[in-house]
Design a protein around this ligand. Structure first.
Ligand SMILES: Cc1ncc(COP(=O)(O)O)c(C=O)c1O
Length: 463
């Protein structure tokens, strides 16, 4: 009998010894205490950063398994170490679940995160010095879509779509903040990219992947869809699916999909343009290992497999739909109070608020005041931002984590109200922005009351 077929009792004790914190408390009280504080922090703040979430207890338990002890350079069936028969079964299961969930031909579940997943796509599809067209970072793109301080901007020639008048960036309607696909096509025809990236970190609207495919075909470019932010929404059927259109789909495994921190890549089974004898899956796999990474994080892959199983349920679909419903209610409540939202609202899980334009407060001091009040957000540039990236005009908020807690439309209106009260508590003195401490403390008390309401338990965490 092979070790993979050996019966293992579901009553086995090891999971409980790995996932309770008795030993941690004994061996390292400092880290134990910090863990407890983070548990309380994640429970008692309203977490509105759109790239964050709460994983389930099952995902967290899979991360704390002995798979973290194993080295397994290579892929299932072709490893450089003995003892990988069970790890092979885990990785195969994870890959199969990814393919059936997203309807993809091939999946690589080894990237350590979203950035390495993107780097693997670059390596698989281009040579250094080739050309990439991506979304402009301050207009809502990601560092890895060609920004100059990132490998993508250092090793490749870049062009951007977005909007910045001073830098001459176009491809977004200056009035509405919506992507302008005709202009993106024009940029592509002129720049002739080898690869086009579709995806971003702060674009609150639908990505038209079919339109990107048409543009990519016109200029004979590969299309990469980076779905890091919208992975869960696609599975919930509340965002169009890029798999039929993109050659390669990259993603983080956290964010809306509620998995462990990691990454994965999906791709079509097609020959490479520069070498028809080589397939795209083969290139992707080689780019991840051995080009960019060594041994995969097997405990993360086990947790990702669990995440995919959870994401295949009807419960997850309803969750994803509620993320979008909540974001719409929150955006409408803010608009009703006179806030200016980039693009005038949202189609997805995130809202980009122009705080400067709405309330004459920069995003950074406002995010700090909200955090003091118990609302965790992040300051963010808005398209054509007249302010610098480290103190921009905007605030980025999102609903995946609060929806995981079970917050609904009533709580969204309450959040809008707290944001309004925080802005009202602001006084500008010279160059400084001060927020009335009594008003902030009052909101903080109300936030704690909501966060300790037994109707809204925190998934995977109990105090
Ligand atoms: C669109 C997009 N791509 C890639 C990444 C990179 O992911 P990571 O931070 O896990 O490397 C992010 C992270 O914010 C993202 O939003």
């Amino acid at each position: 009998m092979s070790i993979v077929d050996m019966p293992a009792s579901l009553d086995s004790e090891f999971v409980s010894t790995a996932s309770n914190f008795e030993r941690l408390r004994e061996i390292d009280p400092e880290i134990y205490l910090l863990t407890c504080r983070e548990v309380i922090r994640q429970s008692q703040y309203i977490r509105l950063i759109p790239s964050e979430n709460y994983t389930s207890a099952a995902v967290m338990q899979a991360m704390a398994t002995p798979f973290c002890n194993k080295y397994s350079e290579g892929y299932p069936g072709k490893r450089y170490y003995e003892g990988n028969e069970i790890v092979d079964a885990v990785e195969n299961l994870c890959r199969q679940r990814a393919c059936s969930l997203f309807g993809a031909d091939h999946a690589n579940v080894q990237p350590n995160s979203g950035s390495p997943a993107n780097m693997a796509a670059y390596y698989a599809l281009m040579k250094p010095g080739d050309r990439v067209l991506g979304m402009h970072l301050p207009s809502g793109g990601h560092l890895t879509h060609g920004w100059n301080v990132n490998f993508s901007g250092i090793l490749y020639q870049t062009a951007f779509y977005g909007y910045n008048q001073e830098q001459g960036v176009t491809g977004m309607d200056p009035e509405t903040g919506m992507l302008d696909y005709e202009e993106i096509r024009r940029i592509a025809l002129k720049f002739k990219p080898n690869v086009i990236f579709a995806g971003g970190t702060a674009y609150p609207r639908i990505w038209d992947f079919q339109r990107f495919r048409q543009i990519a075909d016109e200029v004979d470019a590969y299309l990469v869809a980076d779905i890091a932010h919208i992975n869960g929404l696609i599975l919930g059927g509340v965002h169009p699916d890029p798999v039929p259109y993109a050659d390669v789909v990259t993603s983080t495994s956290h964010k809306a999909i509620r998995g462990p921190r990691g990454g994965f890549i999906l791709c079509k089974n097609r020959p490479m343009k520069d070498d028809p004898a080589t397939s795209l899956p083969d290139r992707i796999d080689k780019a991840v290992f051995p080009t960019l990474q060594g041994g995969p994080h097997n405990n993360t892959i086990a947790a990702l497999a669990v995440c995919f199983a959870e994401a295949a349920t009807q419960e997850f679909k309803s969750y994803a739909q509620q993320i979008v419903a909540n974001a719409k209610v929150l955006s409408e409540a803010l608009i009703a109070k006179g806030w200016h939202l980039v693009t005038g609202g949202t189609d997805n899980h995130l809202i980009l608020v122009d705080v400067m334009r709405s309330k004459k407060i920069p995003g950074k001091p406002f995010a700090k005041a909200l955090y003091d009040a118990g609302l965790e957000t992040n300051f963010n540039s808005v398209p054509n931002d007249p302010r610098k990236p480290f103190s921009p005009s905007g605030l980025r908020i999102g609903t995946p984590a609060v929806t995981s807690r079970g917050f609904g439309e009533e709580q969204m209106r309450q959040i809008a109200d707290w944001m309004e009260r925080t802005a009202t508590a602001c006084k500008k003195e010279g160059k400084e922005y001060h927020f009335d401490p009594a008003a902030i403390a009052k909101i903080r008390a109300e936030v704690i009351e909501l966060c300790t309401d037994p109707r809204f338990p925190v998934p995977g965490i109990s105090i």
